[in-house]
Design a protein around this ligand. Structure first.
Ligand code: IFM
Length: 481
């Protein structure tokens, strides 16, 4: 194909999975309960009353799932470790069976030539730690450091790339402020404190991995970054967009990469929770010496100033959109995924360029990108998902545009390999390139899986012209051999 966009040599093509969303085996082999085990069993927390007790049963299907990845030509798998499998209550002695499970997974991946990339925290905090405050308790950062050291000691000889925390913003604000995720609190102050301790835990864990796993360890964090666009040219909308941008993006980027919190919200955060949450030396720890930054990108947000933003001073009970004074102004001129997220691939180019411009040349990985659609197996048993192929290919074109402008992008991890448990949405949202029939646990690679195999084999994606032509004729999906 003449206008193929070729990616750099050694570009890493991967998929991302996560323990609670995939594994099941919720209380097997000595695992303790996590906050997600508790939360999903409370009435009214998750769509349809779903939970991760069985999920994709990946815990028991490790070998066949790895085999499937190999058949699809996947080069790397970023998976998360369930902390309560390793330390059932978060601070107790090590559960060897838990560590052995992940050693088996790492070895199975390596045996098939797939690089294992370990995420230490993808939201399943041991319930024992939540019982003493969870991430609002400063001691949880220290517990996280201990856990990181245990895992790095067990796997450091066979894992090179490490991600400390996945999306600290979501863990803190969706878990502690909006309450849609575990632990289900609605307390803005708790969320601010939790965000700080997640970042502190990140810094402490990064140091622990470097000390334990040795100099070949490559350590990063995965941040969900969201470009925020003002809905109009007015100064008020621009100011509202800046506030949301600091809240969502700069709070995490500045602290992790520059060792400081943005002044714009620091005063308000202190006003909300007092200055005790930030202690001397914390920001030096948070600014760990990272080898790479992981960027999780799905969509952008378009916002305007809220009509009633200044009605009342923020309280711990305020919602963060009213506290920040922003209203969403969803665009109606772009397609959406089944989660309702606007499909805006140019936001990916924008955020990658911005990270380089504002923070310099740190190596980047797209550690998550993907989309949910209403997929189904047709009467022949095939799952055709042209919208996902379109989504993925447009985002790879956007990633390539950033590379051609000089961004040091080293890899792409697709969210996700399998359909899985999508948190508060339960099993209603399918993000996989492989369809899962949850009644039988049958895996059916979707058309996008064969398409992705073709991208990986070519180390290239069709440019916008030929991609548009191919999807219009329905021919962009490679079929099974
Ligand atoms: O499923 C999640 C994942 O756990 C974290 N990032 C976003 C994905 C889609 O919502």
């Amino acid at each position: 194909m003449s206008d193929q966009l070729v990616f750099p040599k050694d570009f890493l093509w991967g998929v991302t999975t996560a323990a609670y969303q995939y594994e099941g085996a919720a209380d097997e082999d000595g695992k303790g309960p996590s906050i997600w085990d508790t939360f999903t069993h409370l009435p009214g927390t998750v769509h349809h009353g779903d939970n991760g007790d069985i999920a994709c049963d990946h815990y028991h299907r490790l070998d066949s799932d790895v085999e499937l990845m190999a058949e699809l030509g996947i080069g790397a798998c970023r998976f998360s470790i369930a902390w309560p499998r390793v330390q059932p209550d978060g601070s107790s002695a090590v559960n060897q069976a838990g560590l052995d499970h992940y050693r088996r997974l790492v070895d199975a991946l390596r045996a098939r030539g797939i690089e294992p990339v370990v995420t230490l925290y993808h939201w399943d905090l041991p319930q024992g730690l939540q019982d003493v405050g969870g991430w609002t308790n400063r001691d949880t950062a220290k517990r996280f450091e201990d856990y990181a050291r245990i895992v790095a000691d067990a796997l450091g000889d066979r894992v090179e790339r490490w991600v400390t925390v996945n999306e600290p913003y979501v863990a803190a604000f969706v878990g502690y402020a909006s309450g849609q995720h575990a632990p289900g609190l609605r307390d803005l102050g708790a969320a601010v404190t939790a965000a700080h301790h997640l970042l502190l835990g990140h810094g402490m864990a990064a140091r622990a991995i470097a000390e334990t796993a040795g100099s070949s360890a490559q350590i990063g964090i995965a941040l969900n970054l969201v470009p925020v666009t003002p809905a109009s040219k007015s100064d008020e909308d621009a100011a509202a967009a800046r506030r949301l941008d600091v809240h969502l993006n700069r709070w995490f980027l500045d602290s992790v990469l520059l060792g400081r919190y943005p002044e714009m919200l620091l005063g308000e955060y202190v006003h909300l929770v007092g200055d005790d949450f930030l202690r001397a030396g914390d920001l030096e720890i948070i600014r760990a010496d990272l080898d790479f930054l992981g960027v999780n990108y799905y969509t952008r947000r378009t916002v305007a100033v809220s009509a009633d933003s200044k009605v009342a001073p923020p309280t711990r009970r305020s919602s963060y959109s009213s506290w920040l004074g922003v209203d969403e102004r969803p665009r109606d001129d772009v397609p959406r995924t089944s989660t309702g997220w606007a499909i805006e691939p140019d936001g990916l180019t924008e955020i990658l360029l911005r990270v380089r411009e504002d923070y310099g040349d740190i190596p980047l990985y797209i550690t998550e990108n993907g989309a949910a659609f209403f997929d189904y197996a047709d009467p022949t048993g095939a799952v055709r998902d042209p919208e996902r192929i379109e989504y993925l290919s447009s985002h790879l074109v956007a990633a390539h545009a950033a590379i051609s402008k000089g961004v040091d992008l080293r890899g792409y991890f697709l969210w996700s390999l399998l359909d899985n448990f999508e948190w508060a949405d339960g099993y209603s949202q399918r993000f996989g390139i492989v369809f899962v029939d949850y009644r039988t646990q049958q895996r059916i690679p979707k058309a996008s899986a064969f398409w992705y195999r073709g991208v990986i084999a070519a180390n290239a994606v069709d440019g916008p012209q030929s991609a548009a032509g191919a999807s219009a004729t329905g021919q962009s999906a490679h079929q099974p051999d």
